[in-house]
Design a protein around this ligand. Structure first.
Ligand SMILES: C[S@@+](CC[C@H](N)C(=O)[O-])C[C@H]1O[C@@H](n2cnc3c(N)ncnc32)[C@H](O)[C@@H]1O
Length: 248
C-alpha cells in the first residue's frame, strides 16, 4: 500500500486518543506555547497563517485565539474531525481542510506564515514539502517548523520505551503497538523518521532558498514539558525540541 495511505489510516485511528496527551495542566500548556508563538511571530497584526499537518488543531487553535486568520490542513479526516470539534468547543473559527503537505491546494503567496509541528518525521519528501510551503508564503513571509530528535536507539532508551509502553497500555487504554504495526513497513521511506536536528532543518531551509534562518532550542519549554507530562511520556521520551524559522 502507498505510504501516505498507511499514514492516513494510522492517524485516522490515532485521532481517537491523540488529545489524551498526558499533560498535567492543559491551560498551563496552552499559555506556555502561546508565549513561544508570540515571541516567534513578533507582531500583533492579524496574519494569514497555514498550519500544515494540523492534526487536532493544536497550533491552529492557539493562533486563532490570538486572533489570527488560520487555515489548518491535514491528510487524516479523523484528525480534522477532532480539530473541528475542538474549535467548536472554544467557539473559534479555523478553516480546516483535507489535503497533502507536499501538494497544497492554495495559490502562490497566499499566507504570511506557514507553520508545522511534529510533521517532518512523517513526510516522504521533506525538500518537496518545504518548497511547497515556501511557494504559498508571501514574499517576506515566514516558515516556522517545530520538530525534535524523537528516537534514541541506546539500550537505556529502549528499556525506558518498553516500560513506557506497558504503562500506556494500562493507564491510557490504547495499544502502544498500533504505531509500529502501521509505520514499520514504511518508515524507511521517511528520511527524518527518527526525528530531525536543527542542522538538518537549517540545511533544507537554505536549499529551499529561505533567508534569515534561525533556531530556538526551546530550553524553557523542555523544562516545562518535563514537569507537565505524564509518567509514561517522561519515561519513554528524552525531551528534544526546537523551533526553526526561515524567511522567504
Ligand atoms: C504528530 S501529528 C502532529 C499534529 C499537530 N501538528 C500537533 O502538533 O499536535 C502529525 C500529523 O501530520 C499529519 N500528516 C502526516 N502526513 C501528512 C501529509 N503528507 N500532509 C498533511 N498532513 C500529514 C497526520 O495526519 C497527523 O495529524
Amino acid at each position: 500500500m502507498e505510504p501516505k495511505r498507511i499514514v492516513r489510516r494510522y492517524w485516522d485511528k490515532r485521532s481517537q486518543t491523540y488529545d489524551e496527551n498526558g499533560y498535567k495542566s492543559h491551560n498551563a500548556t496552552q499559555n506556555f506555547w502561546k508565549s513561544i508563538l508570540k515571541n516567534a511571530v513578533r507582531t500583533d497584526e492579524n496574519l494569514k497563517i497555514l498550519d500544515v499537518g494540523t492534526g487536532t488543531g493544536f497550533l491552529s487553535l492557539l493562533f486563532a485565539e490570538m486572533e489570527h486568520s488560520v487555515t489548518g490542513i491535514d491528510l487524516s479526516k479523523g484528525m480534522l474531525e477532532k480539530a473541528r470539534h475542538n474549535a467548536g468547543k472554544l467557539d473559534l473559527t479555523v478553516d480546516f481542510i483535507h489535503g497533502d503537505a507536499e501538494n497544497l491546494p492554495f495559490e502562490d503567496e497566499t499566507f504570511d506564515i506557514v507553520i508545522n509541528r511534529h510533521l517532518l518525521w512523517t513526510i516522504p519528501n521533506p525538500r518537496i514539502a518545504v518548497d511547497e510551503w515556501s511557494r504559498v508564503v508571501k514574499s517576506g513571509g515566514k516558515i516556522m517548523l517545530i520538530d525534535g530528535k524523537w528516537y534514541d536507539s541506546s539500550i537505556d532508551m529502549r528499556l525506558r520505551r518498553f516500560i513506557g509502553k506497558i504503562i500506556v497500555s494500562i493507564t491510557e487504554k490504547r495499544n502502544p503497538r498500533m504505531f509500529m504495526s502501521h509505520y514499520a513497513r514504511i518508515k524507511s521511506q521517511f528520511p527524518f523518521f527518527n526525528g530531525s536536528a536543527p542542522n538538518d532543518v537549517i540545511d533544507i531551509f537554505a536549499e529551499a532558498g529561505l533567508k534569515n534562518i534561525s533556531v530556538d532550542n526551546l530550553e524553557k519549554l523542555k523544562r516545562f514539558e518535563n514537569k507537565n507530562r505524564s509518567l509514561s511520556y517522561k519515561i519513554s521520551n528524552k525531551p528534544s525540541l526546537f523551533l526553526a524559522l526561515g524567511e522567504k
